[in-house]
Ligand binder design. Structure first.
Ligand SMILES: Nc1nc2c(ncn2[C@@H]2O[C@H](COP(=O)(O)OP(=O)(O)O)[C@@H](O)[C@H]2O)c(=O)[nH]1
Ligand SMILES: [Mg+2]
Length: 313
């Protein structure tokens, strides 16, 4: 067993894509072999630039990710793409123009694309995503791009996995800017305004500037970069903005702090997953059903049922 893992590890580190795929499947599915490979590979990670792209469905995240990858490739960097957005057209369902653009990337051996389907066994989607990122990093990717939908706790956690988070906006969501407010302030390091070929770009840029001016004391002011991803316009500037943010993190010492914060978050998520798995195992399906029935029929309340299960406050 360990001989086979030795061989797989050697192949992966030698750039073998099939070995990489196999390890990623194990890691995603929470297979014990995935954990063993991660243990072996983790010391080799920590070199990649990790960039998250988030935003509403349809904003153009996949298209921007695709173009971002091409610019990185032109700069001589290898790229890993992790698509957490279930609607991402890396494999199917894309309209023709999108598919053609994606196909170019698929043909490039310097790019490895992974769509995450499963939520992993322990610690949920965000823990599985971080593991996948670590493996791609150890594999030697210079840049790892994570595409995720900008809603929900998992996605916010995934965004915090990235060193630099790009929020992909579009002009026609000008009226939604208020709803973006929290997200912008908390997670965005770079604000892309994609679909700049559509009307309303200036209004959107002004709205974003107004939002940013509410927090003028930040030591990093997120740059706003208009883009037309479908025409590859503005993407160089977007990549440069991400580079500038990374340089800022290094200069201020934030990169190391953020790495510790990410590590802490992943440890807690994994520990939570383990504790819960143990508890579920202990109680068993039958007893849990009994408690659920008791709560549903009002013979007890949810808090008391949880207490009957795990005790304490
Ligand atoms: N007009 C215009 N359409 C775009 C642009 N970028 C992406 N799109 C289109 O918007 C749609 C959604 O793009 P996609 O990348 O799948 O968005 P995602 O759901 O955020 O990943 C696709 O049909 C794209 O071709 C752009 O710059 N301008
Ligand atoms: Mg997408």
């Amino acid at each position: 067993m360990s001989g086979r893992l030795d061989e797989l590890q050697a192949r992966l580190l030698d750039g073998d894509r099939r070995a990489l795929s196999r390890v990623l499947s194990w890691v995603e599915n929470g297979d014990a072999r995935g954990r063993e490979m991660l243990r072996r590979l983790y010391p080799r990670s920590g070199r990649a630039r990790i960039i998250g792209l988030t935003g509403s469905p349809g904003a153009g995240k996949s298209t921007v990710t695709n173009e971002f990858a091409k610019v990185c490739r032109a700069r001589g960097l290898s790229v890993g793409i992790v698509a957490v957005d279930p609607s991402s057209p890396y494999t199917q369902g894309a309209i023709l123009g999108d598919r053609v653009r994606m196909a170019e990337l698929h043909a490039d051996r310097g790019v490895f694309i992974r769509s995450l389907a499963s939520r992993g066994a322990l610690g949920g989607l965000s823990a599985a995503t971080q593991d996948v990122v670590h493996v791609l990093d150890a594999y030697g990717k210079d840049v790892v791009l994570i595409e995720t939908v900008g809603a929900g706790q998992d996605e916010v956690e995934i965004a915090s996995t990235a060193q630099t988070t790009v929020l992909v906006n579009t002009p026609n969501m000008g009226d939604d800017v208020q709803t973006l407010k929290a997200g912008i302030m908390e997670i965005a390091d770079v604000l892309a305004v994609n679909k700049a070929d559509l009307p309303g770009v200036d209004r959107m840029v002004s709205a974003l500037k107004a939002l940013l001016s509410l927090a003028p004391d930040r030591d990093w002011q997120p740059p706003i970069t208009p883009l037309v991803a479908t025409k590859s316009e503005g993407v160089e500037q977007l990549v440069d903005a991400c580079e500038a943010h990374h340089a800022h993190l290094v200069e201020t010492g934030r990169l190391a702090d953020a790495e510790s914060a990410r590590a802490r978050q992943q440890i807690v998520a994994l520990a939570r997953g383990r504790v819960l798995a143990n508890l579920l195992n202990e109680i068993g399906e039958e007893r849990l059903s009994q408690l659920s029935t008791a709560v549903a029929s009002r013979s007890t309340d949810p808090h008391s049922a949880a207490e009957a299960w795990v005790g304490g406050e």
